[in-house]
Design a protein around this ligand. Structure first.
Ligand code: BGC
Length: 744
């Protein structure tokens, strides 16, 4: 080292020795450490101090799992078998972004040594609770496990509407209605982020089927889009303020979601004023310049894409002006802004603290969620299980060992380990994972009856056993998973024939469904009772047992319509099948437009197997005194709800709204809802506001929501087809801006 350098070094050392870095000087060096500044101001200060290489580092994410077929080893500091990692920048004090899937808990990519964590029930099950406080509590719980597992970004918040019951990922989402899905998923996101970590909302947008998901072009008109799936995203974002939005694999109206100017720049960032960052789904980036200019802020999950578009190529594009410096800075700014806003700088994660996770407490959280989401679809009076039963035969579904979960990247490996040895080939989206919470054990612990198990593999043997039992409980399962759609509404593996044989042998048969979405029930007329338990999570067996025995009232209501047959759907055949459509697969969402789910059934006059919003209880409720009055651009609805039965229970009150003159995508919409816990004879007054966007139609030319002057019906219902009270009111008409606010 030349002398002068040595001197300089000495001088520097001396300076440090004389003036140790006080917080004030640290702040001078890194002025963004000042927590009194806004996240935007802090992000601006960091961006100013960054080199081009550092910005590139921030906007380019890696998969954090080894991939032998890509010759890829996960980043050294990333968590193994995890979703993603972006190294921090020590010079600037920027923390690493450590990403984990997903919406039901801390997932692990397939590996022999997964992290074992608490799993919530499937997203569709949480939506079936219609209870925003349970959604928040579940989010807070899994966010805590993410944080204590060393993650500060959770890839949760799936809000794609159920446009097709065959979508293999319906179980990850919040159902078919924009208000219900938006509020439930938004509250989950809020709960996750209460842990000072970032959550996404995903998959933006119109990734509503898995068939050909990487190429399919979802075609939909702007207004219909804004009144349906986009409204669900808009409401989830308003409620949860997610730090990131994950753009999806598919194309929308021709352009890939992650390079779709309309979707990302216009709708999300400009119209809704979203100030977080857009990350791509893993393998959903297709370009450098179009993607960056259309609004993608971060490429995720290298090496899933064809090329590292947001690495050197992005630097070159900035150098030669194809992507402006301002846009490049905006990409970095948005990521940093979300990191500041969500506490990633100020409350940093502290490595793997998973030994401190309160699994016992978390088991209660997931159990309450599961109990709230189990839907009683039919009951001839055989539930709750009679105390006088002497023999109970449990059939199928591995109910002696556990409950099923959904497959793919969201897979949480359950605390306690898999209950049933995995039979799926060693590739994605497996394994077929059963959570170790046995419904049979839960039932046996709550009855004097002798409880026996038969696996149901021979329907004739099972039927003869069923004849001799006082009660039979059949557990029917359908495994659904990311990347594959189901092809029929029927239960797989001959289970319909099994249930047919058992219900023929014994009418005191309860069918418990563990499915990720709607199924057909050809045996329905013969069953004594039917429960939809979805994928109920790591305490699911206990939850099912408590509902069956009446320890807890079933209070779930369907967040989706159960079609009577595929013929009733907008697309009786799935679109986008490459075998049918050739090289340019597309799905035509203009067929139903915004008339998704029950709206489509209403419009067409189809009678579903079970309607949206449906769910029975062991107690009875009375609704009375409905009033509806205009309140600015909104409508205020009041009524009184009473538990008229002899058991405590929870009612889901649903308010539907409809213009008397018509003119919407469908006759009516869900306008508001609430869930109330009522003791026997207890009554409660309720007041709900209808979001004005649910009274309006979207006008694409002026980008406004327009409420037409006229008479409106307000209906209080227990499902989309069962109305108990109706009121009519007149609205003067109003125009709201694109965010649903009164225009000035
Ligand atoms: C899924 C995302 C997930 C990502 C990372 C993708 O295949 O679509 O939902 O977050 O992988 O695992």
């Amino acid at each position: 080292m030349p002398f002068s350098s040595k001197l300089a070094l000495l001088g520097a050392t001396a300076l440090v020795a004389l003036c140790p870095l006080t917080p004030a000087t640290a702040q001078d060096a890194q002025p963004w450490a000042d927590t009194t500044l806004s996240p935007d101001a802090r992000a601006d200060l960091v961006v100013k101090a960054m080199t081009q290489a550092e910005k590139i580092q921030l906007v380019f994410g890696y998969f954090s799992t080894d991939l032998a077929d890509h010759d890829f080893v996960h980043p050294a500091d990333g968590q193994p078998a995890a979703a993603g990692y972006i190294a921090g920048i020590a010079r600037l004090g920027i923390p690493a972004q450590s990403e984990t899937d997903a919406g039901v808990g801390v997932a692990t990519q397939r590996t022999p040594t997964p992290r074992l964590r608490t799993s919530l029930p499937a997203g569709i099950a949480t939506a079936a609770t219609w209870d925003t406080s349970l959604a928040y509590a579940g989010g807070a719980m899994i966010g805590n496990e993410a944080r204590l597992s060393g993650f500060n970004v959770q890839l949760a918040g799936g809000v794609n509407l159920m446009r097709d019951p065959r979508n293999g990922r319906n179980f990850e989402y919040g159902g078919e209605d924009p208000l219900l899905a938006g509020l439930m998923v938004g509250n989950e996101i809020k709960g996750i982020q209460s842990n000072h970590i970032i959550s996404t909302v995903k998959h933006f947008a119109f990734n509503n089927q898995e068939t050909n998901r990487n190429f399919i072009d979802a075609r939909i008109d702007d207004a219909a889009a804004r009144e349906s799936d986009l409204l669900a995203f808009q409401m989830a974002i308003e409620t949860g303020q997610p730090g990131s939005v994950m753009c999806s694999y598919n194309r929308i109206n021709g352009d890939y979601a992650c390079e779709n100017n309309w979707l990302l720049n216009q709708v999300l960032k400009l119209d809704w004023g979203y100030n977080g960052y857009v990350m791509s789904d893993w393998g959903a980036t297709h370009s450098t310049v179009p993607a960056a200019n259309a609004g993608l802020d971060q490429q995720s999950g290298w090496p899933f894409d064809k090329s590292p578009y947001f690495k050197d190529a992005l630097g070159e594009a900035v150098d030669n002006g194809h992507v402006s410096e301002a846009r490049f800075d905006d990409m970095a700014h948005r990521i940093l802004r979300s990191m500041f806003a969500n506490g990633l700088f100020d409350q940093p994660i502290d490595g793997d603290q998973s030994a401190t996770i309160d699994y016992a407490g978390h088991a209660q959280v997931t159990q309450q969620d599961a109990e709230g989401g189990i839907v009683l679809l039919k009951n001839t009076g055989i539930l709750p299980l009679a105390r006088s039963a002497r023999t109970i035969l449990i059939v199928g579904g591995h109910a002696d060992k556990g409950v099923l979960s959904g497959g793919g990247s969201s897979q949480v490996y359950p605390v306690g380990g898999l209950a049933v040895p995995d039979t799926y080939p060693a590739h994605f989206p497996g394994p077929i994972a059963y959570d170790p919470s046995s419904p049979m054990q839960g039932i046996a612990a709550r009855t004097q009856a002798m409880v026996t198990y038969d696996d149901g593999s021979d329907p004739q043997v099972t039927a003869s056993l069923a004849k001799k039992a006082d009660v039979v409980i059949v557990f029917a399962t359908r495994w659904e998973a990311e990347s594959v759609d189901v092809t029929t509404l029927n239960l797989p593996d001959n289970q319909d024939a099994l249930i047919d044989a058992v219900t023929a042998a014994n009418t005191r048969t309860v069918v418990v469904l563990e499915t990720g979405g709607p199924v057909a029930m050809p045996w329905l007329a013969k069953a004594g009772a039917v429960l939809e338990a979805w994928y109920p999570g790591t305490s699911g067996g206990e939850a099912i047992a408590r509902v069956l025995t009446g320890e807890v009232d079933p209070s779930g209501h369907l967040p989706v319509t159960f079609a009577a047959s595929l013929d009733q759907l907008p697309r009786p055949k799935l679109d986008g099948d490459p075998a049918v459509q050739g090289g340019h697969p597309h799905v035509d969402y203009d067929i139903e437009g915004a008339a998704v789910g029950y709206k489509w059934f209403d419009k067409k006059g189809f009678k579903p197997l079970f309607p949206f919003g449906y769910g029975l209880s062991y107690t009875t409720f009375a609704y009375d005194g409905l009033t509806a009055a205009a309140d600015g651009p909104s409508v205020k609805v009041t009524f009184v709800l009473k538990n008229t039965g002899s058991m405590a229970g929870k009612a889901v009150a649903q308010v539907y709204v409809a213009p008397v003159a018509g003119g919407w995508e469908a006759p009516k919409r869900l306008g508001a809802f609430t869930k109330l816990d009522l003791a026997p004879s207890q009554s409660q007054s309720v007041s709900l506001d209808v979001d004005p966007r649910l009274l309006a139609t979207f006008d694409s030319a002026s980008k406004t929501w327009r409420i037409a002057a006229g008479d409106y019906k307000v209906m209080l219902g227990t499902s989309a087809t069962d109305m108990v009270q109706t009121a009519t009111l007149h609205l003067d008409g109003a125009t709201l801006d694109v965010r649903g606010q009164l225009s000035r």
